[in-house]
Write a new protein. Structure first.
Length: 122
């Protein structure tokens, strides 16, 4: 039974060629939210490359590596404003509205979407 299931999954995966790319905003591009014209232009360009899957990287944060609570950062916060931070980037999370807009745009371009959650230390 297990062999049959594995053989079926292998056959399906072999028939589906995945050409994917990670797509990020938030802390890596804090001034280009997922629902902006620039972000949509990037998705359109990505679609012209033959990409059929896009992984939207959505970042939430925790206060320390020992924390069990995660949270979004809605207003951009520069790393030099965070006590004890030695990173050089802006802490910010995509809004739920922006994530939904990017998903809809990618689907309209014929791409499948995966949400790639990332938890960073604030």
């Amino acid at each position: 039974m297990v062999f049959c299931c594995l053989a079926f999954l292998f056959a399906v995966a072999s028939a589906m060629e995945i050409k994917g790319m990670s797509f990020t905003g938030d802390r890596y591009c804090p001034h280009v939210p997922f629902d902006s014209a620039s972000s949509f232009a990037s998705l359109h360009h990505l679609a012209t490359t033959g990409c059929n899957y896009v992984a939207l990287v959505v970042t939430w944060y925790q206060e320390s590596y020992m924390s069990s609570r995660i949270f979004p950062v809605s207003r951009p916060l520069a790393s030099h404003d965070v006590k004890g931070s030695f990173w050089d980037y802006t802490f910010v999370s995509e809004s739920p509205r922006a994530v939904v807009a990017a998903i809809r745009e990618a689907h309209a371009l014929g791409m499948k979407v995966r949400k790639k959650a990332f938890v960073g230390k604030e």
